[in-house]
Ligand binder design. Structure first.
Ligand code: LLP
Length: 418
């Protein structure tokens, strides 16, 4: 069995199947490039996540707020809606898409950065949303937007603080701390010393402060566990300071970040231990917290999507062998072009395994050197016309795709509804 096989993606007679459909057949029927998603796999991941938090004591609600920036396919949103999931939205358009999919305002948390008053006005068209403040400096324009909308009922707010430490699989996805690992100043969250002042200002302006939020970064593996739990400790300490200052919080939001397995040798983030740690700390804290929020993106959807592409020809150049495909990374799976650490397994769908393997670089059709899906992968040599599957394409692929070179973004299909 290949390390990446699962209930969505499996191999029979050396051919790749997506649920019970042959990948080759799907490519033939719908054309390539093509994104294929599995609702079943998303729901299985959701069940695993819920199980991790199952030991929660009665009276402590666990809210899973899906980070829809990872993939906002309407069919996936609807499937998650049915399961009682909440939404983490980061732009007015994401809020509007969640509302359109059927999410109740009270189940949407809006966390934006570098926002305009117009952004807030659009979001407050749905006044039941919880607005997660990213800066003390955002408060006045939120208040102005509330006036413009003539909202009299209390608007629920929480504060995203920056606990001073962060973790991510790439320096570009570390979202807390003073600087990222490559020295980039981190723009997110309210710094430690200004958290109480931010709560006080919100209270003065008659907002209803309900929670404290942090998000450390994206793509954690086992190595990131010690930092993740240190950040949990910091959150509890901060919530206690807030309690002492008279703010009794309803919820603590630990953000997302825990990754699925992108690489064979990668060790998974110990989710059960992390959940147990959070639950233990919250219970012992006597903070009177009523809900814990986590905001998974990748964890739920990355494994539940693939991209199918067709090999146009094999090109030899200075000793390299390229499989040139009919898609560009930026228009489909941009992650390997953006993050040097991003890895997506690539599979020849009509001959998954083979004793004879070649060293193949899978190149796209864009005019940019970074337009490479995979560098020097050992795989059976695919013939022109054959289909390759780029795995782990369910998260941050379609949602980050552009029309660079005026290439189209491929169509998406959701298995079970086609
Ligand atoms: N909550 C907040 C406030 C976030 O900013 C994010 C992701 C998440 C939750 C979900 O994180 P996840 O569980 O998916 O790691 N484009 C990058 C990922 C950037 C994530 C940004 N924020 C990538 O392709 O890896």
């Amino acid at each position: 069995m290949n390390w990446w096989e699962n209930e969505f993606l499996w191999v029979k007679k050396n051919k790749l199947y997506l649920e019970d459909l042959q990948a080759e057949q799907l490519a033939k029927k719908y054309g390539t490039p093509l994104y294929v998603y599995s609702r079943q796999k998303v729901l299985a991941n959701l069940r695993r996540l819920r199980q991790a938090f199952e030991p929660a004591p009665p009276g402590l609600e666990i809210r899973i707020a899906y980070a829809m920036k990872a993939n906002s396919h309407a069919g996936l949103l609807k499937a998650l809606l049915k399961e009682g999931v909440f939404i983490d939205a980061v732009s007015p358009a994401e809020v509007e898409k969640a509302i359109k999919a059927g999410f109740h305002e009270g189940r949407i948390l809006f966390t934006g950065t570098s926002l305009s008053q117009e952004d807030f006005e659009r979001v407050l068209a749905h006044p039941g949303i919880t607005v997660n403040i990213d800066a003390f400096e955002q408060i006045e324009s939120l208040a102005a937007a509330r006036r413009r909308r003539r909202i009299k009922s209390p608007v629920r707010v929480s504060v995203r603080w920056n606990p001073g430490l962060g973790r991510g699989f790439s320096s570009k996805t570390v979202t807390a701390g003073e600087r990222s690992s490559d020295g980039t100043p981190i723009k997110f969250g309210v710094e430690d010393s200004r958290v109480i002042e931010t709560f006080k200002r919100l209270q003065t302006l008659k907002f209803l402060p309900v929670g404290l939020h942090q998000h450390l970064g994206s793509g954690w593996t086992e190595e990131d566990f010690p930092v993740a739990v240190r950040a949990v400790d910091r959150m509890i300490k901060k919530a206690k300071e807030l309690q002492a200052a008279g703010f009794n919080l309803e919820c603590l939001d630990f953000g997302g970040g825990f990754g699925p397995k992108y690489l064979q040798e990668e060790r998974l983030f110990p989710l059960e231990e992390y959940a147990a740690y959070i639950l233990g700390k919250v219970e012992n804290s006597r903070l009177g917290i009523r809900a814990i929020i986590v905001e998974p993106g990748k964890y739920l959807v990355a494994e539940a999507g693939i991209l199918l592409v067709r090999v146009e020809y094999l090109k030899k150049n200075y000793g390299h062998l390229f499989a040139c495909v009919n898609a560009g990374t930026y228009n489909t799976v941009p992650r390997p072009a953006i993050y040097k650490e991003a890895y997506h397994e690539i599979v020849n769908v009509s001959q998954v395994n083979g004793s004879k393997k070649d060293r193949i670089t899978v190149a796209g059709h864009l005019c940019e050197t970074a337009d490479i899906f995979g560098v020097e992968r050992m795989m059976p040599r695919p013939q022109p016309g054959k289909i390759l599957a780029v795995l782990m394409a369910g998260a941050y692929c379609r949602s980050m795709a552009s029309n660079f070179n005026l290439r189209d973004i491929p169509q998406e299909i959701l298995l079970g509804s086609v």
